[in-house]
Design a protein around this ligand. Sequence first.
Ligand code: SAM
Ligand code: DTB
Ligand code: SF4
Length: 331
Amino acid sequence: MPTAVTQQAVHFIKPRKDTANVETWSRQSIEELFNLPFNDLMFKAQEIHRQHFNPNEVQLSTLLSIKTGGCPEDCGYCPQTVHYDTGVEASKMLDVDEVKAAAIESKKNGASRFCMGAAWREPKDRDIEKVAELIRTVKSLGMEACCTLGMLSASQADTLKDAGLDYYNHNLDTAPELYGDIISTRDYQERLDTLAHVRSAGMNVCSGGIVGMGESRAQRAGLVHQLANLQPYPESVPINNLVQVEGTPLHGTESLDLLEFVRTIAVARITMPTARVRLSAGRQQMGEAIQALCFMAGANSIFYGDKLLTTGNPDWQRDQALLGKLGITTT
Ligand code: SAM
Ligand code: DTB
Ligand code: SF4
């Protein structure tokens, strides 16, 4: 009987407890979650979501690219690298007034967090001083501040924390075994080291990845496995669907079945129960029904505003209309 098999499968999927009494997940148990019948997976994700969050509330973060293009890294998905011809021009860092104006606008439209991204492999110490001023400006407006600036040293992380930075975003991007096919200029361990510096400095960790890069379901499970076993797991987990940009090596990759994207959100929710799971890049290509399924699966944050870093995002009026239709309030 299909029902009995299903119940048995759900029953077997339990987090392991390690000696420090911290829940950890085997990769196999995460793959088993991915392999559940869709309705069982959604039910489980919703149960967990409702234990920890108001299921009808979504957090809004606005992104601003404070330093665009000209990046020396070779990330195969990214329009901002110098390695591929994508038409994105390198530009100088924005000044304080430009950033302040954008933050004021985003707050007026309802965002609670302002995220500043830079196309750097790693910031120089003098860049960190400039970013610290931007952070203080954002904080003075009464918003949460987040940055994504590439790899950080321990002392750079401390400086950002001292300036008031609430979250640092640095993604693991994909499963360890696929990573080297996508990026050659820095390795997985360097990403983990940056997350450790962010954690030690006392900031909230924002880390997730990208799906739709031609990975297998087992490799999507591999990404979640890495994230869910960080101790502690990130407070914020952005799940991006690859935005295919002409000129990048990943342009032309077979698109991911979007129900598989919804599954990834659900598995992230189950394995990282108290994290904000962010339905991130790729919403413009997604349609309302898939986004609604993502919220049902436990996504409770979005990037809000008509631009991500260099690519498009639904404009805020469209998002407000969708959230209104779903009876979702925002924070
Ligand atoms: N340069 C810094 C770094 O790589 O950490 C910060 C900015 S970088 C653009 C931030 C993240 O955006 C990447 O780690 C990746 O996960 C995501 N990203 C970049 N291009 C993307 C694309 N085309 N589609 C989806 N996500 C993308
Ligand atoms: C994240 O995980 N996604 C955002 C944010 N963190 C920095 C970036 C998405 C970038 C999409 C491609 C672009 O707009 O350039
Ligand atoms: Fe540079 Fe970040 Fe793009 Fe990689 S993802 S090329 S590090 S801007």
